[in-house]
Design a protein around this ligand. Structure first.
Ligand SMILES: NC(=O)c1ccc[n+]([C@@H]2O[C@H](COP(=O)([O-])OP(=O)(O)OC[C@H]3O[C@@H](n4cnc5c(N)ncnc54)[C@H](OP(=O)(O)O)[C@@H]3O)[C@@H](O)[C@H]2O)c1
Length: 289
């Protein structure tokens, strides 16, 4: 059914790009993946091209005729060499120009759950600005504001696995703050529907799973039967470590955790009309717990 459809994926080497690309490829889509210049491709589907800024002129002819662009480049921790404005905002502007030049009419963007115009968090401000660029671009868009996306090798679980290897998992503060994890295969399905179904046209949706859980509960279930120490640390220590670039969390990771962001699952579920996976099943099927 989808054999004539072709999509461009930025951030193809990343967790979301890799998994969504594989899923769409299996579903008959032609994929053109763009990887960062100087980085090796780590995917084995579709055609892969390289770019540094997404503004090189030779890209246009390579992408002409594609139906949609899935913009999965992003970063949640900034450094002096690579800040949010540069990666999350400027590259998005370049991507929009690229879509226009290559006559790609649809863009799908993964933003963050908690992003809105009242946010004061630097990471969310950059995601909000990227959203605004997309909304006012004249392109058809679907913006997905994601909670933690989980599956084999997701960045969130990899962080927990690293802590487990060291013999102890840290919970900053009470651990009672909540989140709404969503399975990567469900994300792939939502992305596919966003490409193919008009109902997803020009919408901002929360990309959240069916269950709301506390960090405490998730960590305990993630550890499962393994004998691993859980250490509660106060936020002062957690932020101190983060500010000195130590410890398992970045500054913005911590702020997002205590933000206690909960999304509108019902709206997503009624639009997508699909069965979403519970996190316990993901932990088992992805070998995480
Ligand atoms: N995973 C989640 O739970 C989650 C939750 C909310 C929002 N999101 C958003 O979803 C998107 C994908 O996330 P992910 O989990 O797949 O993250 P990821 O695994 O870290 O992948 C991010 C991708 O962005 C690329 N990238 C970063 N900086 C770049 C730059 N300066 N130039 C070109 N490419 C650059 C990376 O390229 P390299 O491979 O070359 O490093 C990588 O392919 C991001 O926008 C993220 O903010 C993810």
């Amino acid at each position: 059914m989808n054999q004539s459809r072709s999509v461009v994926i930025t951030g193809t080497n990343g967790f979301v790009g890799k998994n969504v690309g594989k899923f769409l490829s299996k579903n008959g889509f032609q994929i053109v993946g763009i990887v960062r210049k100087g980085k090796k491709k780590t995917v084995n589907f579709g055609r892969v091209i390289t770019s540094k800024t997404f503004s090189e002129n030779n890209l246009v002819s390579k992408l002409k005729g594609c139906d949609a662009l899935l913009h999965f480049v992003g970063q949640g921790r900034q450094t002096v060499d690579s800040d949010y404005e540069q990666v999350n905002v400027s590259l998005t502007k370049n991507i929009i120009n690229l879509c226009k030049k290559a006559k790609i009419k649809k863009i799908i963007y993964i933003s963050g759950l908690g992003v809105d115009e009242s946010t004061t968090l630097g990471y969310f401000i950059s995601k909000y600005k990227a959203e605004q660029e997309i909304i006012h671009s004249g392109l058809d868009y679907t913006i997905l504001r994601a909670s933690y996306i989980i599956g084999k090798d997701d960045p969130f679980s990899k962080n927990l696995q690293r802590q487990i290897k060291k013999g102890k998992v840290v919970i900053p503060g009470s651990g009672n703050y909540r989140f709404q994890p969503i399975f990567i295969d469900d994300v792939s399905d939502v992305v596919m529907k966003s490409i193919t179904e008009n109902l997803f046209s020009n919408k901002i949706l929360d990309l959240v799973g069916p269950q709301i859980i506390s960090y405490n509960t998730f960590v305990r279930e993630f550890i499962g039967g393994r004998k691993i120490k859980i250490e509660k640390i106060d936020f002062e220590s957690a932020y101190h470590d983060a500010l000195h670039n130590k410890g398992p969390f970045g500054i913005d990771d911590l702020s997002i955790m205590i933000g206690d962001y909960i999304g509108n699952y019902r709206r997503l579920a009624s639009l997508a009309q699909m069965k979403f996976t519970k996190y316990g099943e993901v932990l088992k099927s992805s070998g995480l717990s």
